[in-house]
Structure formats: C-alpha cells, structure tokens
Design a protein around this ligand. Sequence first.
Ligand code: NAP
Length: 315
Amino acid sequence: MPMNNLENTVIIGSGCAGWTAAIYAARADLKPLVITGAMPGGLLTTTSLVENFPGFPEGIDGNQLMENLRKQAERFGARTKFGSVVEAVAFSAKPIELTVDGAPLRARSVIIAVGAGHRRLGLESEAKLEQKGVTYCATCDGPLPVFRNKPLVVVGGGDSACEEALYLTRFGAVVYLVHRRDQLRASKIMSERALAHPKITPVWDSVVEEILDVKRDAVTAVVVRHVKTGAVTEIPCAGVFIAIGHAPNTQIFRGQLDLDENGYIQVLSPTARTKAPGVFACGDCVDHLYRQAITAAGSGCAAAIEAERYLASLG
Ligand code: NAP
C-alpha cells in the first residue's frame, strides 16, 4: 500500500483495457490498485472463444484471457479490489477523491476503463421478463435446461448477435435471428457462418414490439413488426437473447468529464488524457469505433504510460 493511504494510480475497471493498464502501471512500479467493478473481467467474460486476440492461434476462452491478464498484472505488484464499485468521483480535488463501496479513497492519478454494458430494447416486457427468459448473454444462460430443444430468438445484426445465435444452435431447436434491416452489420466471416447454419433462420426487416408473456412470468413468444409492410407476427420461443450492442458505463463521470452525445468519454486523441489533469480513459468507454479486445488493450497501455508520465511530472 502506498504511503498515507494515497494511491499513485487507481484503475477503475477490469476488462482488457483495465488489466493492460495495470500490467504497464505495475511494471512502472506504481503499485496500481484495480477496482474491478461488479463484473470482474468485463464483457469479454461473457463471450466464448476469442479468435481475434493476437497470440492465440487456436483462440482463447474470454474468461481465461482475463484471468491471464489479471495474473500478469498481479505478478508485477498490481493490487485488486474484487467486486468493488466506484460510486462517486471528484476529479477537480487534488489528490483526486473517490468513493468506493461507501468508503473514501484518494489517488494521484486515475485510469478509467469502465467499458460498456449491454444495450436494452427498452420494452416494458423486456424488463419484466429479464432472467425469466430474456437475457443478454448466451454463453451465461444458453445451456440452461429451460432453453433446451426449444425455439430461441436472438435480436441484433452485429457480430455479437451472430456469435450468440451460433452458440445457441447447440441448445435450441431453431434460432431466429431478428434484425431490423435486410443486411447484417456483422463481419463477413461471422455473417456467412450464421446464415449458412441450418438451425439459424433470419427474420429480416423486423423489430421486436413485445415479449410475451408477462402474465405467465415466462417467455413464450415475441411479437415482431415488419418495418416495411407493417405486418405483425408472433414467433413462439422459450428465450430471447438480446445482442444489440453496448452503451458506455460512464454515468458517474457526467459533469466531471466531457462525454459525447452517446456517453463516451472524450479524450485528447490520440492520447488517453481527459480534460481533468491526472485522469486518463481507455477501452470501450472511450472507443465507439473499433471496440475490440486488442484495441482496448492497446489503449490501456497508452493510459498507463500517460499516468506514469503525469506522476513523474508531479515529481
Ligand atoms: P454492433 O456492431 O453495434 O451491432 C449492434 C446490432 O444491433 C446492429 O445490427 C444494430 O442494427 C442492432 N441494433 C442496435 N440497436 C437496436 C435496437 N434498438 N433495436 C434493434 N436492433 C438494434 O454491436 P456488437 O454486435 O455487440 O459488436 C460490437 C463490437 O464488438 C463490433 O466491433 C464487433 O465487431 C465486435 N465483436 C466481435 C466479435 C468477434 O469477432 N468474435 C464478437 C462480438 C463482437 P443496425 O445494423 O441496423 O445498426
């Protein structure tokens, strides 16, 4: 523990960006403190095989990758507060003040790597049936008995939706891929894999208007509307897997940092510097363009180098 309970560098978040920042900050002997957030490891822990992180020719399990990064950071002296959540920040104070699980914490520098959370459709029935057949993670929930050999629905047209749909073919009788346009946003390889799968049926130009059946406290069907014809149909299903992208977890920084209209933290590109001295941001809470594990890791590295330079400038 650094002297006087004053941390050199607090890293908020424990995804690819946070752990990579921790590796670099730890190797610079800053003894960083990583506050993992409620979901240690971040969104990558909800994915199955990560095939595009350089260095793993056979791919690597998302959880394993995060575990490896954590061990690598801790080997060089990073410390971890598991499951802890930063509830408030005062970036204009010097040293910076944070509230973590209700307790105060002071830091000379902060690296924000809070990532992004699942975007929701915003339907009342979606909220009421969450964890009762509505889920945002096929890897976590797909193997549940309630979904076995039943029709399932995936909503979305990106890589996540394709990945979820492909994974769910192991369990479901059929997987309907409901997308609001007639073309997937996903990469070519993922689109081709999904559309070629005999168990995946695309439902084009369609939006989910309601998830049934709130009265029965379980998912029995989705009501979809064709956006071109207006036709409304019901697709019977036991589960709805929503994979429509992510929104940055930046609410607590509102008013303290510059955020864009979608809530992404604005940095002095190409650096990781925010408008608050000593506060750096990296990963998916900054990047709405690439959103890849490797780009998050790269920006975590940049943030740690910036923090090290900033601390050196303080003397
Ligand atoms: P994404 O690329 O932003 O795709 C979101 C999808 O959801 C889009 O098809 C979008 O439709 C649709 N959508 C958004 N809001 C909607 C709404 N309110 N109602 C209905 N549909 C809605 O998000 P993602 O698939 O999570 O991927 C994020 C990033 O991670 C991407 O860069 C992706 O390449 C990467 N990723 C990679 C892998 C992999 O390589 N294995 C796996 C997962 C994710 P529109 O197309 O009409 O906008």
